[in-house]
Design a protein around this ligand. Structure first.
Ligand code: SF4
Ligand code: SF4
Length: 380
C-alpha cells in the first residue's frame, strides 16, 4: 500500500512574512494546491473558531495562517469562502466570534467571503456505517462548494486527548447534533462519534496550525504553547497521527486515530507515512496532558475506583454571570439556575466538559482528585 504523505514545516511565529513563506513551502512539498484542487473550484476553508477568543489565546486557527492559505488558494485560481459554526452559534454568537478571532481582518486582507454558515441552513445526511452516530445535519453550504480545505488548530482536549484535523469537522454540524454526539459518554465512545462525523465529510486537504497551540486543559481553557510547526496532508488521519507523535502521544492511545485505523480511513502509524520537509524529530514536544487523561488511559482504575480518577466540573459562584451558555450546550441537562449562578447536578453529569469549554467567564473550575493531581505532577 502506498504511504500517505504529510508535509511538515517549522514556523516559529505568526509574522506575516514567515507564515506566507511557510505555507507556500508546506503546500509546495505536497505538489501545491493543484494536487488536491482545480482552478475555478469553489472552496470552503474551514478554520477552528471554537469561541470568541483573541488569536493569542490559541483557541482558534490564527488569522495569519488563514490569510496565507486563502491567498495561496486564490492565486491558484479557486474561489474561496471561509467560516465555521462556533460553539453557541445557535444563540447568535458568530459575529462576536468573527470579530474577536480576527476573521473580519482575514476577509478584508484576502477578499474572501466570510460565511455565516448557519444562514444557509442544514441538510440531514445518513452515516450508514457510523458506530455511534447514524445521521447528522451538516451545514448545507457543503452542497454549494466543490471542496473543503480543513485548517485546524493543534490543541490538547479534555474529551479526546487532542484535537486536530478529524475533530475539526465536528464543527460543521448543528448544536443539537453535537449534544447528541456528546451523549456518547466516555473517551472511546465520544471519539468514535467524532470519527463517524468526520467520515461523512472528509476534506480534500488538511492544514494544521501548530505554530502556537494549546496543552493542558484544552481545547479552550488550556495553556497556549509554542509548538513551532505547520502540517498539511490530504489524509486527515495521517496528519493527526504525525501531530500526536509530535506532542509526545502514541498514536494508539488517541481513540480517534484508533477508530479511524479500524475503519481504514487513513494512515494511522508513522510506518505508513512519508513525512516531507522538516523532520519530526526537529519539532518533538512533550505536551502537558489534559487532567482528564488518567481516566482515559487507565480504564481499569476508572472502573474499580471511579471517583479517584474523575475530574469534575464545578461552578465558581464568584465568577458565574448566569449567562446560560453552559446550560444550552449541556448534553445531559445537568445544569440549572436556581439562583444567581449555575448549578451542576453531579448525578446527571456525563463529564463531557462542554460547560468548561464554552464558559466565557472562566467560571467552570475542574475539581481534580488527589490521584489526578499526583498524575499531573509526575507527568510534568
Ligand atoms: S458557568 Fe459560565 S457559561 Fe455557565 S452560566 Fe455561569 S458564566 Fe455562563
Ligand atoms: S455539566 Fe458540564 S461536563 Fe457535565 S454533562 Fe453538562 S456540560 Fe458536560
Amino acid at each position: 500500500m502506498a504511504k500517505a504523505t504529510v508535509s511538515l514545516v517549522r514556523c516559529g511565529s505568526y509574522d506575516p512574512a514567515e507564515t506566507t513563506t511557510s505555507v507556500e513551502r508546506l503546500l509546495g512539498l505536497l505538489g501545491g494546491p493543484g494536487a488536491f484542487l482545480k482552478p475555478g473550484m469553489r472552496v470552503l476553508v474551514k478554520p477552528n473558531l471554537l469561541m470568541a477568543a483573541a488569536p493569542d489565546r490559541a483557541c482558534t486557527t490564527h488569522p495569519e495562517i488563514l490569510i496565507a492559505v486563502i491567498k495561496s488558494l486564490k492565486s491558484f485560481g479557486c474561489e474561496v469562502l471561509f467560516g465555521d459554526l462556533p460553539g453557541g452559534f445557535h444563540v447568535g454568537s458568530t459575529p462576536k466570534v468573527h470579530s474577536a478571532a480576527g476573521m473580519v481582518r482575514v476577509a478584508e486582507e484576502t477578499g474572501a467571503e466570510l460565511a455565516v454558515l448557519e444562514k444557509s441552513g442544514f441538510k440531514k445526511i445518513d452515516i450508514p456505517n457510523g458506530k455511534r452516530v447514524r445521521s447528522i445535519h451538516r451545514a448545507a453550504i457543503l452542497d454549494e462548494v466543490d471542496a473543503v480545505v480543513n485548517v485546524c488548530k493543534l490543541k490538547t482536549h479534555m474529551q479526546t486527548l487532542m484535537t486536530g484535523a478529524m475533530k475539526n469537522m465536528f464543527g460543521l454540524t448543528t448544536s443539537q447534533d453535537r449534544i447528541i454526539a456528546h451523549r456518547n459518554s466516555g473517551y472511546v465512545p465520544f471519539s468514535e462519534a467524532i470519527v463517524d462525523i468526520f467520515s461523512a465529510m472528509p476534506p480534500k486537504l488538511n492544514i494544521m496550525d501548530a505554530v502556537v497551540g494549546m496543552d493542558g486543559t484544552g481545547p479552550a481553557q488550556g495553556t497556549p504553547r509554542r509548538f513551532g510547526f505547520l502540517l498539511a496532508s490530504g489524509d486527515a488521519v495521517a496528519l493527526d497521527t504525525v501531530a500526536a507523535v509530535a506532542l509526545g502521544f502514541r498514536p494508539d492511545e488517541i481513540a480517534m486515530i484508533e477508530s479511524a485505523r479500524k475503519r481504514n480511513l487513513g494512515a494511522s502509524r508513522l510506518s505508513q507515512i512519508n513525512i516531507v520537509g522538516d523532520s519530526l524529530s526537529s519539532v518533538k514536544i512533550k505536551a502537558r496532558r489534559p487532567s482528564s487523561a488518567i481516566s482515559f488511559l487507565l480504564p481499569f482504575v476508572t472502573n474499580s475506583y471511579n471517583e479517584l480518577t474523575k475530574v469534575r466540573p464545578v461552578i465558581n459562584k464568584d465568577k458565574c454571570k448566569a449567562c446560560g451558555k453552559c446550560g444550552a450546550v449541556c448534553p445531559a441537562e445537568a445544569i440549572s439556575f436556581p439562583g444567581k449562578s449555575a448549578r451542576i447536578d453531579d448525578g446527571r453529569c456525563l463529564l463531557c466538559y462542554c460547560c468548561h469549554e464554552i464558559c466565557p467567564h472562566d467560571a467552570v473550575d475542574l475539581n481534580k482528585s488527589f490521584l489526578v493531581k499526583i498524575a499531573e505532577m509526575i507527568s510534568g
